[in-house]
Design a protein around this ligand. Structure first.
Ligand code: ZN
Length: 151
């Protein structure tokens, strides 16, 4: 896991490479992004950054995220709720389980699943370049969420 300062520096580098001028606001967005250890959407990033700079606009956040994604610095996920969520691209590979009741995103990785996927692809004559696995689940034992007549 990389340090936050190191992440900010790398994000800055990516944006400069994309030809973007580094401004105070962009630096703020990069810091908020670097600090996020969940999977925020653009509005979530905006809300966090807005606390530090009320002149910030949502479109600046969108534009910055788009460029970082194009540069491969952040990864975009489109889970079933249709909202684009982001996370740092420098992490170890992992998959996601999405809680269908709360929307919470849980990360996991499984050597067994990775091996099985590679085996299936090989049997089909392929090697895997990348994959995304999303599980949608309901937490066991959570009370008070069931509709009448269910379960
Ligand atoms: Zn993740």
């Amino acid at each position: 896991m990389k340090g936050i300062d190191q992440r900010v520096t790398e994000f800055e580098h990516q944006l400069r490479k994309a030809g973007l001028r580094m401004t105070q606001q962009r630096r703020l967005i990069l810091r908020v992004l670097a600090e996020a250890d969940d999977h925020p959407d653009a509005k979530g990033i905006f809300t966090r950054a807005f606390l530090h700079d009320p002149t910030l606009s949502l479109s600046t956040v969108y534009r910055t995220m788009k460029l970082l994604e194009t540069q491969g610095a952040i990864e975009r996920h489109a889970f079933e709720d249709g909202v684009s969520r982001y996370e740092h691209a420098d992490q170890q590979h992992h998959d996601h389980l999405i809680d269908v009741e709360t929307g919470q995103v849980v990360e996991f990785s499984s050597p067994e699943i990775e091996a099985l996927q590679a085996k299936i692809a090989a049997e089909l004559g392929y090697e895997i370049v990348r994959h995304k696995l999303e599980l949608y689940g309901r937490k066991l034992g959570r009370k008070g969420r069931r509709k009448p007549g269910e379960g």
